[in-house]
Ligand binder design. Structure first.
Ligand code: NDP
Ligand code: OXD
Length: 316
């Protein structure tokens, strides 16, 4: 019987306990669970799998000498990918719930800007003629998605499905039906120059940190919009503010930030051209993520390769 440490915030435990028990039962696995807050601390050497959440209490993995895998509830693993105390395989979260959530959030915010919904919200004033303002068709709007992984690919496909002239950018070459693709540092200028709306769904790594800065934001067309549900580190905050203030960029919709929670005094909160959402673009949900965790535990028990292994050298 595998022993699973649930190293996530205590508030998540009731929903996950039920979802994990059900998902493991689908594989005929009866597991025992331990939590960091239980009265009698468990023997770390007896833990077989660690379910990890960066907001949970576990920081040092050294005592878990017999753990067979660290299974992250988050897709982004920047907070632990370089942790030398993790000697076990590290798997990130890739699941249908996260993917659908991201697709819906991205499409909603792209459509807000594409249709200029904000304009109509402030022009509902009895002036029929004054509100005559039609958007181009989606096929005449160029959208670029930076990052074509599990989430970026799904978002790019959905945007292409809505008819947008969609282009995507990744580290390695990719082929996605209906989406033009470019890759590597040499492809970045091309994809930014055509980005009327830019969506960034990149992981935080040394290579992506500060990728969107004074020089690269200047490649974007006048009046372009940035939508960032990836990681805050991709943008240089002050360079973004300057590009908005001088009118080069029209708006930024930001879900993720270099410091989270975004400090109350941060200029993003009050900026008229910035929309802040509090890291809610895509949430890991107990029902869908428990199925992914259970499948990896099944694989671990059967000696099969684990899914969604993090490439520790690449950092994602
Ligand atoms: P993946 O690892 O599946 O995809 C990452 C993508 O980024 C890949 O296409 C990868 O290229 C590309 N990439 C990485 N480094 C570079 C680089 N240096 N240059 C160009 N492209 C690069 O991740 P997911 O799609 O699952 O998730 C992406 C990120 O979204 C997460 O890391 C997390 O930070 C964020 N996230 C945010 C959430 C929110 O609520 N705001 C929720 C969940 C995730 P290649 O394909 O060649 O490897
Ligand atoms: C994640 C996130 O990485 O929520 O899963 O940002």
């Amino acid at each position: 019987m595998p022993c699973i440490l649930f190293a996530a915030p205590e508030a998540k435990w009731p929903a996950y306990h039920e979802a994990l028990t059900n998902a493991l039962a689908q594989h005929d696995i009866a597991a025992s669970f331990v939590t960091p807050w239980q009265d009698r601390p468990a023997d770390p050497a007896g833990i077989d799998y660690i379910i990890y959440d960066p907001e949970g209490p576990v920081r040092d993995f050294t005592p878990y000498t017999n753990a067979r895998a660290v299974l992250s509830l988050w897709a982004g693993v920047e907070r632990i990918v370089g942790d030398a105390s993790i000697t076990q395989p590290l798997c990130r979260m890739v699941d249908d719930g996260l993917e659908r959530g991201m697709v819906e959030w991205v499409c909603g915010h792209v459509l807000r800007h594409h249709l200029d919904i904000d304009f109509f919200l402030v022009h509902q004033n009895g002036d029929w003629q004054g509100a005559q303002h039609a958007a181009p068709l989606a096929r005449d709007r160029r959208v670029t998605v930076l990052g074509l992984g599990a989430l970026g690919t799904a978002a790019a496909q959905a945007l292409a499905g809505l008819g947008f002239d969609t282009c995507g950018w990744s580290r390695r070459p990719k082929q996605i039906d209906g989406v033009q693709t470019c890759h590597g540092p040499d492809g970045l200028e091309h994809v930014l120059r055509r980005a009327d709306i830019l969506v960034t769904i990149l992981p935080q790594t040394p290579q992506t940190t500060g990728l969107l800065n004074h020089d690269t934001l200047a490649w974007m067309p006048e009046g372009a919009v940035v939508i960032n549900p990836g990681r805050g580190s991709v943008l240089v905050d002050n360079d973004l503010l300057r590009a908005l203030d001088r009118g080069h960029l029209a708006h930024a919709t930001l879900d993720v930030f270099t410091i989270e929670p975004l400090p109350e005094t941060h200029p993003f909160w009050a900026h008229p051209k910035i929309t802040v959402t509090p890291h809610i673009a895509a949430q890991t949900r107990p029902d869908t993520s428990a199925r992914v965790i259970a499948e990896n535990i099944r694989r671990g028990e059967a000696g099969e390769p684990l899914l969604h292994l993090v490439d520790r050298a690449q950092g994602y």
